[in-house]
Design a protein around this ligand. Sequence first.
Ligand code: UGA
Length: 441
Amino acid sequence: MTYPKHEIAIIGCGYLGAVLATVFAEQGNNVIGLDVDQGKVEKLNQGIAPFFEPEFDELIAAGISAGNLKFTTDPSAISTSDLVFICVGTPQLEGSSAADMRQIWSAIELIAPHLHSDALVVGRSTVPVGTAKEIETRLQKLTSTNSTIAWNPEFLREGFAVRDTRTPDRIVIGVQNSDDEQKLKSVYAPQLSKDIPLLVVDLATAELVKVSANAYLATKISFINAMSEIADKTGADVVALADAIGLDPRIGRKFLGAGVGFGGGCLPKDIRAFIHRAGELGLSSSLQFLKEVDEINLRQRDRVFSIAKDLLNGSVKGKRITVLGAAFKPDSDDVRDSPALDIAVRLNSEGANVVVHDPKALENAAKRFPVLTYEGDLEKALLNAELVLHLTEWMQYREIDPVSAKKLVRTPQMIDGRNMLNLEAYQAAGWKIVGLGRQPK
Ligand code: UGA
């Protein structure tokens, strides 16, 4: 099947932008990716992925060799693009809960002089509601073109970025006129032909869909983590509880994984920015509950720390502790706000001799926290451990044989911070194993 081809520019080539650019190129469009990071642009142009994401290596290499995908730092390259997708980051502002919008505003200033007269600017970054209108106002001041703005939030999960971009659960477009709606429908024709639902809404709704989806997901995780605290006090089992309530189709089992909680570059900063924005709108009380969601989440890290202390007879000082996992989630090398690293750093600062293992994220982790010791070989990482913490649920860790692992460690003690290991198998092999809200028989 052939689809209409478009001239597309992607502004910001991180997890979101680089994957979107390659998927659009795979669908036959001419795509130019613009980024301010020269090193990243060079790698991408060589067909090399600057981050780990399943399936992305092959896809980027194919896009570059096909010739319809290019990356650049030169903003004038977007002058022939009919659609310009804004995919820059909106991290948490230092010293505040608000989103740091500097990348958005500098992207707008960078592209404004080069926009083609009828270009449609499409926001895709996660932003406080009201940003699209503000972008439009700024663009009107900066350019004399007829460019309009639309909003098209993304819902991709790291670790599934390629799959979620090719076949998302839904496509949401916030538009102001039917021409823009048609342009976006045409770009997403390959997805729409697979019956992926399309929702056409206004700009504010499109912006809010994204932050409210992330707020809901974060709330679901903190809900089950609160249940896990209750389970620990009452002898109940949070995994069985999640299975039971998750069978109710109104609740659903997904995102009821109790453990060390959520991290990454999205959920934590998005709920904080949402709380901040509600405050600006005079609606602090509407999102008051999200503060609790954030606190419950962070409390799970304290919980692991205090269980570790108890297992090590009151002090972690001088104890050899192996941390399994550095990435904020498996199948990613992203260490932003990683619960695993947060806990590792805390143990280290209390004098523990911490060794961190991860299949993919050690390089990023070492850049972020050079103070920790890292080991890429799992057996060596486990050697002589007095306590092992399972904090990121890579498949590799679920495949550990408790009998062989016991021979490597000094004291067979494990905290399963993701409630994914087989407690009975570890116990049978002679380990003391503690889950979060999970009771060994
Ligand atoms: C999240 C959303 O799931 C995406 O839909 C969204 O597009 C993305 O943020 C974004 O805003 O860009 P992501 O951050 O990649 O995606 O990761 P998730 O799969 O949502 O996991 C977030 C965190 O929650 C991880 O630390 C994970 O370990 C944790 N989690 C997840 C739990 O603790 N329990 C669960 O049951 C599920």
